[in-house]
Design a protein around this ligand. Structure first.
Ligand code: GDP
Length: 428
């Protein structure tokens, strides 16, 4: 069977923790989109890790960890990430990389940086990992597929062609140094050597595994609101963050995805620019940011302070719907234990009317949050393993949100570690 673990919001919902936890009973864990631009933070017996490209199943020796064709594959970063695990005593994981994945090139990072510089204040807040230039090239059909690294003759001709195009932009638009085709070819050949041990026909490997009854986890990066079609365009990422895309980005039939677990955080956070209706500011925000996540809300890739806000029922209901949610994992609830009262965004007021439907970006810009305030529980809930043992106000908070978003909360995460989880089968 195939389960997808995806995010309902702007990302950083705690998907890494949930995937790591579910990997205990999974055989294959697949990354199907995105690249090394965001990170999953995982805390387990080996220590604390920020994974960027590797699937979060790499901490178990029984798992096969797969980088699907939909991923923006940054080969030096992948190799470095594998080394950072083994350096900390994690047994070398089994890793397969799709021969149909495409390669992030050094010039993708340069173009990302040049474009952000050019945009100045209007920039996207890109992590400059080359993701947007990478996916642009993929769909413009001038990207390099892993399989092409092994066809040197074709590669030489293509490198010439790509450099010609890139150099026009570099010289005349960005006024930056041009690319040397020989250097680009050498870069590709270096990548070939680095990636060769991992390359596989991933979709046939997955098909075989599914035939044998294996359990596959699809691990999403970011969340619904960063999806290029359904998110807060243009402040989105460049590949689909939806479970539905998991079929394409891994190379499996869509009907194989039988369970979608959508991760929602008990409050909101976002990195980078873009609409965020329930955002809070000032001291109130600083306190939540400082107490949030595990050691503060700072980006796993960039260390940038995350924007924070109250739980947004409108965005989360929409986020869950687009994912095709069967179950919700509700995370980082322990962090809210300090608050006397907890505001929740239950609607958007747009041009004097209140709606609970998530609108397109132009309208979203005019949305003001409609807040409802719930009483806090004023204690530390870490260590609790039984739903009934949670304070009454804490259960009320969970149940209020469950009702507002309309999807069952079956898991409540009350700490960063694998064992900090409360199962609540059936949810509402
Ligand atoms: P992801 O990209 O969705 O995997 O999320 P991130 O790793 O960027 O952010 C989640 C952060 O919250 C990480 O630092 C996790 O260790 C931490 N985390 C996950 N679940 C919990 C939880 O239930 N409680 C607390 N306090 N931290 C959590």
């Amino acid at each position: 069977m195939v389960k997808a673990v995806v995010g309902a919001n702007w990302g950083d919902e705690g998907k890494g923790k949930i995937t790591d936890m579910l990997s205990e009973h999974a055989d294959m864990i697949v990354r199907f989109q995105g690249g090394a631009n965001a990170g999953h933070t995982i805390k387990n017996k080996y220590g604390k890790f920020a994974l960027h490209t590797l699937p979060s199943g790499v901490f178990y020796s029984h798992t096969t960890n797969i980088i699907g064709n939909g991923v923006a594959l940054d080969i030096p970063k992948l190799v470095e990430e594998i080394r950072s695990l083994t350096d900390k005593g994690v047994p070398k994981p089994k890793i397969l990389v799709s021969d149909r994945a495409q390669v992030v090139m050094s010039y993708h990072m340069l173009f990302d940086q040049y474009e952000e510089e050019r945009l100045g204040k209007a920039s996207f807040g890109s992590t400059k990992s080359g993701i947007a230039p990478f996916y642009s090239d993929k769909y413009a059909k001038i990207g390099f597929q892993v399989s092409e690294l092994f066809a040197k003759d074709l590669l030489e001709e293509k490198v010439q062609r790509v450099c010609e195009m890139k150099n026009i932009m570099l010289e005349h638009f960005y006024h930056k140094p041009v690319l040397d085709p020989q250097e680009i070819l050498d870069e590709l050949l270096r990548y070939r050597e680095m990636i060769e041990p991992y390359v596989a026909d991933v979709s046939s490997y997955l098909a075989q595994g599914l035939k044998e009854g294996k359990t596959v986890l699809l691990e999403g990066q970011l969340g619904t609101l960063k999806d290029p079609d359904h998110g807060i365009y243009p402040m989105v990422t460049s590949s689909s963050t939806l479970a539905g895309y998991g079929a394409v980005g891994a190379g499996i039939p869509p009907r194989e995805i039988s369970q979608v677990i959508t991760v929602c955080k008990a409050y909101s956070s976002a990195v980078g620019a873009g609409e965020f209706v329930s955002e809070i500011f000032g001291d109130e925000a600083d306190e939540l940011r400082r107490r949030g996540g595990d050691g503060g809300e700072f980006g796993a890739t960039t260390g940038r302070p995350r924007r924070v806000g109250w739980f947004d029922c409108v965005a989360s209901k929409y986020g869950c719907r687009l994912q095709g949610t069967d179950e919700v994992a509700f995370t980082v609830l322990d962090v809210l234990g300090y608050l006397d009262e907890i505001p929740v965004c239950v609607g958007y007021e747009i041009d004097g009317e209140v709606t609970t439907e998530f609108p397109t970006t132009a309208k979203l810009r005019r949305a003001k949050p409609v807040l409802e305030t719930l009483p806090g529980w004023k204690c530390d809930i870490t260590g609790i393993r039984d739903y009934g043992a949670l304070p009454e106000n804490c259960r009320k908070y969970i149940e209020f949100i469950e009702k507002s978003i309309g999807y069952p909360i079956t898991m409540v995460s009350n700490g960063p570690a694998r064992e900090d989880i409360i199962y609540r089968k059936g949810g509402k």
